[in-house]
Design a binder for this molecule. Structure first.
Ligand code: ATP
Ligand code: MG
Length: 436
């Protein structure tokens, strides 16, 4: 690959914008006689005048050599062996330059599946080989700590100027090697407001289904980046557009194939994503449980109704069975960790409990650790469906949260007096089966 060097005077990357810890690592590697570069999203985002999410470093030091230099270093990863240098909550990722897997020593250190997917990729190489192994041209820019220049091997500087994502190498081969690159293309296109070059975009329609072969745990990690990165709503839409959404959420396909943003189900999902985006941008806490609970909610309702009819189960049993079934199915493609499926269930279960407010129940529900998430969820449901009962319910809980103990007691008493208990149920109880 031909390399172009942009000297310090001709680019806008200043050390003031680079994390102190990343600089420490770069300097220590450099002073120990290794080559050390900031690379990837850190360089790309700084060139775009954006604040990078994290700083990745590439070097010619091997993981063992890196470990010898830093006390606070852990070696991680199997598919890619990496060094993590820990500074409290900040982790600086240091990777050794990767080489071609078809070179002489490749037999044991790199491995491909029958579809051409890379299973192991631990062959070390030179910086230009490393650049060739990266996904997009704009992700293959290296900031050299030795002279503060930026080294461009793949035309990334030009693509930054043109705001264009372009895969390095032959797009079909690169998507086959690692289908997750398709998800990354969509994520970066949205986040950076870039276009995807046609040669990189067109094959997605054909190769998208290869995502089904990616381990479900890795797809969960990708989902976090896709939906909790601050651009979840736009990313979701583009994933649907490119059909990449359906290897992640196969069960959503029948529901969303006819894309209709006025349909209450889709409106609800998009509103939940937008509300999450707002929280992420405002540095408020977000949980994957809320997002997954929202994306799967319409499916839960459908499945529950099916079970109510098919198995003539009661509301509560049908609901519990639908939750189990849905989460089992979903975890086959995206492995949502147990701590989050627990949260999802709680948010769902609280939806019914928010409706039952008599006696001590409202107080108990309010004391639940997930109350706030469940209430936010209810409010979004009310807004998305414009359902009168849901809106009143959301308002009632809004008032509850603003009231003191005495006010809350009054609210429950009023409820008893005014509504007559049966009216507050959304569905009438099923008639008891009679023996015939
Ligand atoms: P951000 O951190 O903002 O999401 P990033 O570009 O830094 O974006 P990372 O996942 O942190 O993305 O990866 C760091 C770099 O590693 C990328 O810029 C890219 O050069 C390379 N890389 C990551 N994943 C892949 C992949 N699947 N295929 C090829 N190269 C990759
Ligand atoms: Mg990064």
């Amino acid at each position: 690959m031909e390399q172009q060097v942009i000297p310090r005077a001709e680019h806008n990357i200043s050390r003031q914008d680079i994390s102190e810890n990343a600089l420490k690592v770069l300097y220590r590697l450099h002073k120990s006689g290794y080559n050390a570069y900031l690379v990837g999203g850190g360089v790309r985002d700084l060139l775009l005048g954006k604040q990078p999410k994290d700083f990745d470093i590439a070097t010619n030091a091997t993981p063992e050599q890196i470990k010898a230099l830093f006390r606070n270093c852990r070696l991680v990863g199997r598919r890619f062996r990496l060094a993590h240098i820990l500074f409290g909550r900040e982790i600086i990722e240091v990777a050794t330059f990767r080489g071609h897997h078809d070179s002489a020593n490749a037999n044991t250190e790199s491995k491909r599946s029958e579809e051409g997917m890379l299973l192991r990729d631990n062959v070390y190489g030179s910086i230009d080989e490393d650049a060739e192994r990266r996904d997009f041209t704009v992700n293959a820019l290296y900031y050299n700590i030795a002279d503060f220049s930026v080294v461009d091997f793949a035309g990334g500087i030009n693509d930054i100027a043109e705001r264009r994502l372009q895969l390095i190498g032959d797009p079909e081969t690169r998507y086959r090697e690692d289908p997750v690159r398709m998800l990354r293309a969509v994520r970066f296109a949205v986040k950076l407001d870039f276009s995807i070059a046609p040669e990189s975009c067109d094959p997605i329609a054909q190769y998208g289904p290869l995502l089904k072969d990616i381990p479900a745990a890795r797809l969960f990690e990708e989902c976090l980046k896709l939906f909790l990165g601050g651009d979840g709503k736009s990313t979701f839409k583009m994933l649907a557009d490119t059909q990449l959404l359906y290897p992640l959420f196969p069960l959503l396909k029948p529901l969303l194939q006819q894309w209709d943003e006025d349909a209450p189900e889709l409106r609800f999902m998009l509103m939940a994503l937008a509300s999450t985006d707002k929280r992420v941008r405002g540095d408020q806490k977000v949980t994957p449980a809320f997002v997954f609970a929202a994306l799967l909610w319409p499916l839960l309702e459908i499945k529950k109704d099916e079970l109510l009819i098919e198995l003539s189960l009661g509301e509560h049993d049908a609901s519990a069975m639908a939750m189990n079934w849905l989460l089992d199915q979903q975890c086959k493609s995206v492995a949502i960790p147990k701590r989050f499926t627990t949260g999802i269930r709680e948010i769902w279960q609280l939806q019914a409990r928010l409706d039952r407010r008599f006696g001590k129940r409202a107080f108990q529900t309010f004391g639940h650790p997930r109350f706030r998430a469940a209430f936010d969820f209810l409010e979004l449901r009310a807004k998305a469906t414009q359902d009168k009962h849901l809106s009143e319910l959301a308002q009632w809980w809004q008032q509850w949260q603003r009231s003191n103990e005495q006010g809350r007691n009054t609210m429950v008493r009023e409820l008893n007096k005014n509504s007559g208990r049966s009216k507050s149920r959304r569905r009438p109880r099923k008639p008891k089966k009679t023996d015939s």
